[in-house]
Design a protein around this ligand. Sequence first.
Ligand SMILES: [Zn+2]
Length: 77
Amino acid sequence: MAHPKSRISKQRKRKRRTHYKAETPHVVICRSCGNPVQRHRICDACGSYRGRTIINKAEDIEVEDIDNTIDDVKVED
Ligand SMILES: [Zn+2]
């Protein structure tokens, strides 16, 4: 099996690892609603991508409102 010829010192290892770091996500402003969105992703708030509606968020919200109206919720106590 492949085997390292010599031990890598703590200093050498740590110097190499100074270049390993998490990249910050690329954030842009949504063309339709102005919310911050990750690049090349559909907007979470309005469901549009490059100015076109991909997921109709307005329909989803209407359906949720019908199912979860305050009058239907019963408090058990
Ligand atoms: Zn949006």
